[in-house]
Design a protein around this ligand. Structure first.
Ligand code: PLP
Length: 366
């Protein structure tokens, strides 16, 4: 069996460090925020080259608070892509704003900058590009458009820890960046977690207040806040894992190169790393016209795969009220019908990848 993801292998490789971090939290009995969270915020902000990091309880909360801190609310429109995890759109809805979709580029699966101008209205307040699969969106082009229209730029970097555009880390390229530490992410907690990063002190202060009931002092609630605090144990474990992240990212990139080589000239379309960017391969998704058949065949051969994501958000029943119909975002719709995510994690061995590729090639000949 070749699993899609192997968190047990990761834990086995750093068990002593993780166990010591968890026991340290138990010994100190500080369970919410505190010094460990502050240290992780500072270390993660440094990692993404941002001035401020604010730990929260999920990537979804990070997006929600980023939008609120930017002053976005009812009556406002926020531009994003339909080919993303539903959380991107849910956060816009939580903030009370309306989601306006633009399509993706078919080669990178990220926001098509050329589609943005036509979607901007007098109500547009922000653009939320998604660095899907760990591939940075075209931040230079999107940044230019955001500046031209005076829009806030919020990065959904939930899948892109350590990804880069021209040597600069994603997350701090726009006004605010949002990360998820859901266990399966490239940097994953032992539960839920997220982080907002920014270079803007005022935005950082607002997010910091909003995550902890809207105040800086106990019982002095200046804003209508939330209980979105990061748990101390998550920060303690994430500090351990952050020290390994660069090595893990390089291992993912090696694994991606190996898949690229193994699947070259087989008719299977492998993902492309956009020029000038560093893809961190949270997901390695191939494209195929016969996905269901391939997925079933791989499953029978003991290879677990995933689909990220089978339905673009504009076609999900939950967001039917946005009023979109099939055919409006053809690249997103086509990607959703064709993508198949292969096993991808730092511990994946060359032999396992050979097995995956052999099974894939065999099945696609049928
Ligand atoms: C693109 C994207 N945005 C947002 C999220 C939300 O993060 P979380 O699950 O930590 O709330 C996720 C992850 O699940 C994601 O993949």
């Amino acid at each position: 069996m070749i699993p899609f993801l192997d968190l047990k292998a990761q834990y086995a490789s750093i068990k002593q460090e993780v166990d010591a971090a968890v026991h340290g939290v138990l010994d100190r009995c500080q369970f919410v925020l505190g010094e460990e969270v502050a240290a992780f915020e500072s270390e993660f902000a440094t990692f993404v080259e941002a001035s401020h990091g604010i730990g929260v309880n999920s990537g979804t909360s990070a997006l929600h608070l980023a939008l609120l801190a930017a002053g976005i609310g009812p009556g406002d429109e926020v531009i994003t892509v339909p080919f993303t995890f539903v959380a991107t759109v849910a956060a816009i809805h939580y903030a009370g704003a309306k989601t306006v979709f633009v399509d993706i580029r078919p080669d990178t699966f990220t926001m098509d900058p050329d589609a943005i101008d036509a979607a901007v209205t007098p109500r547009t307040k922000a653009i939320v590009p998604v660095h899907l699969y760990g591939q940075p969106a075209d931040m230079e082009a999107i940044g230019r458009i955001a500046r031209k229209h005076g829009l806030v730029l919020i990065e959904d970097a939930a899948q892109a820890h350590g990804a880069e555009v021209h040597g600069r880390r994603v997350g701090a390229q726009g006004d605010i960046g949002c990360f998820s530490f859901y266990p399966g992410k490239n940097l994953g907690a032992i539960g839920e977690g997220g982080m907002v990063v920014t270079n803007d002190a005022q935005l950082a202060r607002s997010v910091r207040m909003l995550r902890d009931w809207g105040g800086e002092k106990k019982y002095e609630h200046v804003l209508k806040g939330y209980n979105y605090r990061l748990e101390t144990v998550q920060a303690a474990v994430l500090r351990v894992k952050l020290r390994h992240l660069e090595g893990w990212t390089e291992a993912r990139r090696w694994a991606a190169r190996r898949y690229d080589d193994l699947l070259a000239n087989t008719g299977i379309r492998t993902p492309r790393e956009a020029e000038g960017t560093r893809h961190v391969y949270h997901i390695y998704a191939i494209r195929t016209g016969s996905r269901e058949q391939l997925q079933a065949g791989l499953g029978a051969a003991g290879v677990q795969t995933g689909i990220h994501y089978p339905t673009p958000v504009h076609l999900l029943p939950a967001y039917a009220d946005l009023g979109y119909t099939r055919g409006q975002f053809p690249h997103s719709e086509r990607a959703a019908a064709e993508v198949l995510s292969l096993p991808m994690y730092p511990e994946l061995t060359a032999d396992m990848q050979k097995e995956v590729a052999a099974a894939l090639i065999e099945l696609s000949r049928k």
